[in-house]
Design a protein around this ligand. Sequence first.
Ligand code: ADP
Length: 633
Amino acid sequence: MAATKSYKFKAEVNKLLDILVHSLYTNKEIFLRELISNSSDALDKIRFQLTSGTDVQDKDLPLEINIDLDKDKKLLVISDTGIGMTQEEIVKNIGTIAKSGSEDFLNKLSEESKEKDISNIIGRFGVGFYSVFMVAEKVVITSRSYLPDAKPVRWESTGTGSFKVSELDEDIKRGTKIEVYLKEDEKEYAEKYRVESIIKKHSNFIAFPIKINGEKVNTVSAIWREPKSSIKKEQYEEFYKFLTYDTEPPLDTIHISIDAPVQFNSIMFIPQRTFDLFGISKEDIGLDLYVRGVLIQHKNSDLLPEYLGFIKGMVDSPDIPLNISRETLQENRVVMKISQTLVKQVLSYLEKKAKNDPEHYAKFWKAHGKVFKLGYTDFANLERIAELMRFNSSANDDAEGLTSFAEYVERAKPDQKEIYYLSGPSREAVESDPHLEIFKRKGVEVLYLYEPVDEFVMTGLGSYKKDYKFVAVEQADLAKLDKLEDVTTSEEKVDELSSGEEKVFNKLLDKIKDILGDRVKEVRVSKRLQDSPSCLVSPDGEMTSHMQKIMHIMNKDTSVPQKVFEINKDHKLTRNLLKIYKNNPKDPFIEEAVEQMYESALLLEGYLTDPHKLVNRINDVLLKSSEWHPENK
Ligand code: ADP
């Protein structure tokens, strides 16, 4: 007997085991799904070696998974004829968490334990093996690698702190056997009916035979190879849940069979919600790729562009060579052709939904619009993608409403060749933005953009149907808007300034510029304001304030850009300042008011880093106005 070595689990594994063993999870049965899935992966790998002509240990073994149950011994044994592990591999694979982001994952897991159903998070992060310790008091693994001169190895642990590994003297066949010694409370997992029902529920689509005590139990195989008309909705749902571990059914199912230019079948699902938990979404992207029913690659990310990354599913094509390596897959022309066809099919599907069932399409957009918008970089399909985009708009009743560019254009003013937009964190914020005031007054629709990516989308698209330019409200040609009739009437008409007053007013503007100095580029009269006394505007030709802010954040730049300070000439505050200025140009209130107006504008633009002065000033003003309050007698 070779020497046995003892190893300590890595800290993160101990933490994981601790959470798994001590939390009262429901749905412990998923441990079996995880073990079967590992076996299935190991079988996929050996099949690939076999088709590539590698010299493989026990090359004539049937590729299958066997489960043996012994009720009296409370023992469940799962064995596969997969790729196996060497001693070195077993120590490395089972004893650490290889995936990055395990810290986040563990935090998420301990939060989730309140919910008590962790089945989908465990499987998706890929720490499946350890879930066996939810039901086992001891686990023994014996494995023989496919490499002809590798020695069989034995691994044993009770899941508390350490594991033992030794080389085996006996000669065993290729593959991995896992003996699960069940805890007293979990002995149901040695019952055939129980294990069979778990397999039917979670592992029915595994492409290798699964046998319990010698009897095959998984029945379903490649549903995509059956005629579409014979597949029931429940079957699709079952397949979707098998693929994604989602507990909800999919929002949409797209099943296609194509004969030219490349022959392939594909089933694609659009989930009801996004899966971006703890930043593992990148690894989660892609479609499973099969060749004649044989799985070649899990989650191949070349089959769909990033902006369709929310789609789950598979592709099966006889036109790809079985023994193709992952590296050459990327440049494979067949894969590229399939990808192009898939994109076109998905876009057609979405177009139909958008046209015939807008409510359903809105659900899709709410769940995946954020990702789909990235399609503004797909130049080959740009026009179709633009038609599928949706944004909230001033013409919608609330923040839930969605508007397409086509709808916008239909509602636009005669001769309007611009699609105006304004960015902000929420509808409330956007609607109180001073830049919007002239658009409200003229009844010109504005798209509201709430997400950082949106302005990139607008600048990326440039125009809609080449005729309508996307323009940020801040950069609108105000002369064009000025020509339009007002749709709202202002309550009070303000008097025009006399020419003498105009002169004084111009001096006041100079004074304001003196007060603000280099902090602003220019002080000028605003054409866009109605309710606000002042606002900041980017100088002509520069990027919009919102874009500037994104760049600032990206560059970790905290400086305040030099902008144009616009004054609403007809605002009561301005008129009062004018009177004060006329009587005493040196009155300190003017400076105080200008500072306050400027800082308020900065605050709205998100640039005010130190609010102390502003708050002190406001308190001052409040104090004064309370002293003058009529009820303060
Ligand atoms: P994941 O399967 O997501 O990588 P696991 O914790 O379930 O995470 O498994 C860790 C690793 O152990 C696997 O990646 C694989 O290399 C190895 N492994 C587990 N089960 C088997 C098996 N039955 N045959 C061969 N290797 C296995």
